[in-house]
Design a binder for this molecule. Structure first.
Ligand SMILES: Nc1ncnc2c1ncn2[C@@H]1O[C@H](COP(=O)(O)OP(=O)(O)OP(=O)(O)O)[C@@H](O)[C@H]1O
Ligand SMILES: [Mg+2]
Length: 269
């Protein structure tokens, strides 16, 4: 347990900045995520979303400020103990995956904290888990396909299954729906919604550019622009036209229909 961390805090950032070449990519961000919350991070290209996820996953130390992850203060804990407790799926991960490895192997290797296969020593129980996660993501028919031959959507679903493999307490998803067609997006939103509403699923943080990709079951939103927090809090309070317009820097109208959101620019008059 970190000194300042509350028992229920999955993530706590206090005055966190990441400075590169004299520029703050993340600028004095204070943010906490409590157990059971599912957060969406919204913001334009270059706002610092991926940088923030890299801090949250313990792969990037901030220049200033303090970070507690799953009750441990960054700097006071061995990150190699912390990292298996965090699942991460994003574009950077996709690039690290050997293209000739099968889908099943790609997920299975996560159990051993590796990106490449090691043919000895897989337990049947691990393989069963890998198959179950792939099934949950609709990847049953692709188990023996080479990762490199998958479509964008199939790759994303494989990497989410992979991120689940270590049974993480915190799941970080960087633009999981980017590059998917409308059907693929809706399918993923439905699956993420199921996960988000599952009380025993890990705490979740998902980065996206589009409010249409927010799955039912997500509870909170963090909006950032140029590294700074524009708004943070429960979706129903903070996901407003005003906040979204400030965040993306143009007049936008956000509408809620049932448990989904849409946003568009103001019609030209
Ligand atoms: N190591 C680095 N050195 C200098 N600048 C960097 C470094 N890493 C990222 N940046 C810059 O920091 C800013 C934020 O990058 P980041 O990848 O976090 O943005 P993002 O919100 O994820 O954007 P996108 O929506 O396009 O993925 C960008 O302007 C990027 O060019
Ligand atoms: Mg990014």
């Amino acid at each position: 347990m970190g000194d300042n961390a509350l028992m229920s805090d999955v993530l706590e950032l206090v005055d966190v900045s990441v400075v590169r070449d004299g520029r703050a990519l993340v600028d004095q961000v204070s943010w906490s995520v409590a157990e059971g919350e599912r957060w969406v991070i919204l913001g334009p290209n270059g706002a610092g979303k991926t940088t923030l996820l890299n801090v949250a996953s313990s792969y990037l130390f901030p220049t200033t400020g303090t970070v507690s992850i799953l009750g441990d203060k960054l700097g006071g804990v061995d990150v190699f103990d912390l990292r298996p407790r965090i699942g991460m799926a994003g574009a950077a991960m996709a690039e690290k995956m050997p293209r000739r490895q099968t889908v099943l192997e790609t997920v299975l290797t996560a159990a051993y904290g590796m990106t490449a296969t090691w043919h000895e020593g897989y337990e049947q129980v691990d393989e069963d888990r890998a198959r179950a996660f792939l099934d949950r993501l609709g990847m049953n028919d692709f188990l023996d396909r080479k990762f490199g031959t998958l479509s964008e959507g199939e790759r994303k679903r494989t990497l989410i299954a992979r991120a689940m493999m270590s049974d993480p307490e915190l799941l970080l998803l960087d633009e999981p729906a980017a590059g998917l067609d409308l059907g693929g997006r809706e399918d993923l939103v439905r699956r993420l919604g199921r996960l988000a509403r599952d009380p025993i699923a890990p705490s979740m943080i998902m980065v996206t550019h589009h409010v249409e990709e927010i799955a039912p079951g997500f509870t909170h939103v963090l909006m950032i622009r140029q590294g700074k927090v524009v708004a943070a809090g429960p979706l129903e309070l903070e996901l407003t036209s005003r906040n979204l317009s400030l965040c993306f820097g143009l007049p936008l109208v956000v509408e809620r229909r049932g448990d989904r959101y849409t946003a568009a620019g103001l019609p030209l008059s």
